[in-house]
Design a protein around this ligand. Structure first.
Ligand code: PRP
Length: 570
């Protein structure tokens, strides 16, 4: 009976809408649709299914791995729309081609796509989106109009605390041009800058083809600084000092102009500059922006200028727009209870076990009282109060806490769950091993290598049998890290069968369950005691401080204080 009932649930990644939620969502759609229409953005609808070619190449290209495909009766492949902008532009360049620019359109409809590799697991695969597109204008006034409408939309939905981060992709493109980095290297840098992964930037630059060592260290220091170029208008001045390359200058002038227009409308309180925002820069051509709220770990609105897309569809004209993720907005609204507001207390998810004890030691060295965390009993959430570092505190004097409320909240979670808590925004930051971060692959910002929990990620097995096993048609690898294993062996072109296990993986080759294991090795004691050896080292591993993109922006001072606390050595 239970089994047959399970058949009537929606597939994984999809959800039904129950009556109360339906009513809330319908009210929100209605409110946004009337707002957009009243501002001159006419409503349109496009079909659920589009020709595959629309997403196959050019600026609107969507990776195959993210597309849902289906077949027409004649066997041709069709795509369920993975986004709403490309179909809207298709319409503007075909059936609406007779309209003189500017063309203002809005849509409220779903899109269906698999998440990009490394994207959050938050939300379903069916995206309910509301958005606008303005085609036929390239002036900063158009960007400002659309960003102002984005702010108005969130306000009219009832959201009170949010901010719009604005960047300009031309700045990063200018830096890459100036450095003369090859396209593949530039793309690698882009994804590292996007992840605010300063450590990764250093490592990647070691391999990049650059004309001289001096150039290498110059570009390294710029790219390391780029992720920190966010905040008030001061970030613009720092950016101007960083490069005088014409493309960088033009990008900053454009950003200045848009900011000034929004400021003159009295909207600067909602704005924050972020020049490290370099997502989808092959699609965007100028201003980019994202809407953030402290109630979510992920943006709930994103948009920007994408002038190349209409040109690729045969009607060259400027284009700028945004889309709101309605499910995210509804979640944010339900979390934003009027009496509660944004919770100012910083929450840190700490991987339980050895790492936790070392992390507490670091916090204590910087003046936190972690006694409750060290003896939590069965409690999973504890508090660490700021008491001030005794070594620096003059006798009898009090020190002001860098944390709101004089404390931080610690969530004690299984290591593999730390990225999930941080990504969903229920924890602001986390302390977790690089191995777990690589396996979970979430879009978190890595702020600090804590240098604790040091070990190596390795392939291990029986030394004597390694040659014959590797040649076997089906090489069986047991591991707690199936994603890392898949990627590692795929890059080498070696087919494997992955055997996921929960722990004590060294047992698998001994028991004949696998030919090798992929696991972390610390002292090497477990391998040795079981007659196994390292066959190949993949990379060194240590614990990192990670933070989600929203907390980094909305709780900047407290996050910086936490970085400082964890940097302190005993
Ligand atoms: C880890 C790892 C190895 C062992 C390596 O396991 O998975 O089994 O430690 O350490 P060593 O090189 O110092 O011997 P953990 O103790 O976390 O337990 P688990 O295997 O049950 O996950």
């Amino acid at each position: 009976m239970t089994e047959s009932r399970a058949l009537w649930l929606p597939p994984q990644g999809f959800a039904d809408t129950l009556p109360d939620d339906y009513a809330r969502a319908a009210r929100l759609r209605e409110r946004l649709s009337s707002l957009f229409a009243s501002r001159g953005y006419a409503g349109i609808g496009t079909p659920l299914i589009e020709p595959r070619a629309l997403f196959q190449s050019g600026p609107g290209r969507m990776p195959e791995s993210q597309q849902w495909k289906t077949y027409a009766p004649d066997g041709s492949i069709l795509v369920i729309r993975p986004d709403n902008t490309t179909p809207a532009v298709r319409l503007a360049c075909s059936r609406l081609a007779h309209l003189p620019p500017p063309i203002r359109l809005h849509y409220i409809q779903t899109a269906l796509r698999y998440p990009s590799p490394g994207a959050t697991g938050v939300g379903g695969l069916e995206l309910h989106q509301a958005g606008v597109e303005m085609l036929g204008e390239t002036a900063p006034e158009a960007d400002a109009e659309v960003i102002a409408l984005a702010i108005e939309a969130l306000r009219s939905a009832g959201l009170e605390s949010f901010q719009i981060d604005i960047g300009q992709v031309g700045f990063f493109k200018g830096l890459m041009e100036e450095a003369g980095l090859a396209e593949a290297d530039a793309e690698r840098m882009r994804s590292l800058v996007e992840a605010k992964n300063t450590l990764g930037i250093t490592l990647a630059l070691r391999d990049a083809a650059l004309p001289s060592e001096a150039e290498r260290s110059r570009i390294a220091s710029r790219l390391q600084t780029l992720p920190t170029l966010f905040g008030g208008i001061g970030a613009m001045n720092d950016a101007r000092r960083m490069s005088g390359h014409p493309r960088c200058r033009a990008a900053l002038d454009n950003l200045d102009a848009v900011y000034a227009l929004l400021d003159s409308r009295g909207l600067s309180q909602y704005l924050s500059i972020d020049l490290g925002m370099v997502h989808a820069i092959n699609y965007y051509t100028g201003i980019v922006f994202r809407g953030l709220t402290g109630h979510l770990g992920q943006p709930l609105l994103s948009g920007g200028r994408y002038d190349d897309l209409p040109a690729a569809m045969g009607r060259p004209m400027g284009a700028v727009g945004f889309g709101i993720e309605l499910d995210q907005l509804l979640t944010a609204l339900s979390r934003e209870l009027p009496e509660r507001g944004v919770d100012p207390v910083l929450t840190l998810a700490v991987a339980k076990g050895r790492l936790a004890l070392e992390a507490f030691g670091r916090l204590e060295a910087a003046g936190m009282d972690c006694s409750e965390a060290r003896n939590p009993g069965r409690k999973l959430i504890v508090e660490a109060r700021y008491v001030g570092a005794s070594s620096t505190r003059p006798e009898g004097s009090a020190q002001e806490s860098p944390y709101p409320g004089g404390r931080i909240r610690l969530m004690l979670v299984k290591p593999c769950d730390v990225p999930t808590y941080v990504d969903h925004g229920v924890a602001d930051a986390g302390v977790v091993g690089k191995d777990t971060l690589m396996e979970e692959n979430r879009p978190l910002y890595e702020l600090l290598d804590l240098g604790i929990g040091k070990c190596r990620l390795c392939v291990a097995g029986s030394q004597e049998r390694s040659g014959e096993a590797a040649q076997a048609a089906s090489y069986r690898v047991a591991t707690k890290y199936p994603n890392i294993a898949r990627e590692f062996f795929a890059r080498r072109g070696q087919p494997i069968q992955i055997i996921p296990l929960g722990g004590s993986v060294e047992l698998a080759p001994l028991a004949g369950l696998s030919d090798a294991i992929l696991d972390i090795v610390e002292s090497g004691g477990t391998l040795k005691a079981n007659g196994l050896a390292v066959l190949e080292e993949i990379c060194p591993v240590s614990a990192r401080l990670v933070v989600n993109r929203v907390s980094l922006k909305t709780k900047t001072a407290a996050v910086r204080a936490l970085v400082k606390a964890l940097e302190a050595r005993e």
